[in-house]
Design a protein around this ligand. Structure first.
Ligand code: NAD
Ligand code: UDP
Length: 312
């Protein structure tokens, strides 16, 4: 039985990861300050004696004897990470330093939940890991993008300087149950709007693209990355390479919810990337042929049921 620390464990992705790690027979410490996380996401785990919930802010050092660390603590949606941008940057940078310090002391393996945002508004399509990105360092998304880029730097320096076994994954847009209904991300917004019969808010002309990954595929990729050979540090893209425009996503969600909602067009937020699509060859080659299994329509149906249950 491994002892595993998941920072940000009561958030959307973290709650699925904790559940899967427990199911595989591990002991899990879920650390969270509940900024965007919610105890409801992990309510069913609290009675499990191998699950421990710790209220803690990762900007402060944390000590525990663990074998592995998944560092997920950080607000992920633009609405949440722009709410207090200085705190977002601190969470990425101090959170990386504190979790890496712990990993170094207890000789734990550590995985960083990085992001496709490190590519910014990419000039290369699809994005490969060796692309250095096109990121505005002073814009409204920079607290998140540059915070995550800086965290990647610190991870690689702890690896080179202190021999910490690090694993970096770059996560592309992920969706599924336990998403925050008001986090402003496109999948949750469109589903909630469609279920309530409200207008579907398309930012810009809706021709921008994203590729959407169902959360179970991400969790599988995270665990395979943690278990990969010790010298494979990444960064490695974990995302679904099937690309959709926001208009196509809205149409699909309207169809699946049988909604009467209409599309409305609002201004595009600044620095909004025009396209996003991961090249996943590196993950496929190094993570035992990892690739997403869940099709968008299939994942959306499960997610729609989740939102129906919480909007009742
Ligand atoms: P989320 O907001 O649901 O989860 C983040 C969790 O971290 C929350 O539970 C929050 O309370 C906690 N947290 C925030 N600041 C903290 C702090 N200072 N100390 C302790 N806990 C703190 O977001 P998510 O979608 O589950 O994302 C999880 C991770 O994956 C994040 O690091 C995010 O950057 C990364 N990621 C997610 C996506 C995605 O599409 N969901 C894409 C790229 C990267
Ligand atoms: N978007 C939209 N309507 C919404 C929310 C988002 O058209 O109600 C767009 C947004 O401008 C972006 C895309 O959907 O182009 C994905 O946005 P999200 O915030 O989900 O993710 P990110 O931009 O971080 O990839």
């Amino acid at each position: 039985m491994k002892k595993i620390l998941v920072t940000g464990g009561s958030g959307f992705v973290g709650s699925h990861l904790c559940r899967r790690l427990l199911k595989e027979g591990n002991e899990v410490i879920c650390l969270d300050n509940f900024f965007t996380g919610n105890k409801k996401n992990i309510l069913d785990l609290i009675k499990n004696p191998f699950f421990e919930l710790v209220r803690h802010d990762i900007c402060e050092p944390y000590f525990a004897e663990v074998d592995e660390i998944y560092n997920l603590a950080c607000p992920a949606s633009p609405v949440h990470y722009q709410y207090n941008p200085i705190k977002t940057m601190k969470t990425s940078v101090l959170g990386a330093i504190n979790t890496l310090g712990l990993a170094k002391r207890v000789k734990a393996k550590i995985l960083q939940a990085s992001t496709s945002e490190v590519y910014g508004d990419p000039k290369v399509h699809p994005q490969e890991e060796n692309y250095w990105g096109h990121v505005n360092p002073i814009g409204i998304r920079s607290c998140y993008d540059e915070g995550k880029r800086c965290a990647e730097t610190i991870f690689m320096d702890y690896n080179r300087q202190n021999d910490v076994e690090v694993k970096i994954i770059r996560i592309f847009n992920t969706y599924g149950p336990n998403m925050h209904p008001e986090d402003g991300r496109v999948v949750s917004n469109f589903i909630v709007q469609a279920l309530k019969g409200e207008n579907i808010t398309i930012y810009g002309d809706g021709s921008q693209t994203r590729s959407f990954q169902y959360v179970d595929d991400l969790v599988e990729g995270m665990i395979r990355m943690m278990n990969s050979v010790s010298n494979f540090t990444g960064p490695v893209n974990i995302g679904n390479p099937v690309e959709f425009t926001m208009i196509a996503l809205a149409d699909l969600i309207i169809k699946l919810t049988s909604s009467n909602s209409k599309l409305v067009f609002l201004p595009l937020p600044s620095d909004d990337p025009k396209q996003r699509k991961p090249d996943i060859s590196l993950a496929y080659e190094n993570l035992n042929k990892w690739e997403p299994k869940v099709k968008l329509e299939e994942g959306l149906l499960v997610t729609i049921e989740y939102f129906k249950s919480i909007l009742k």
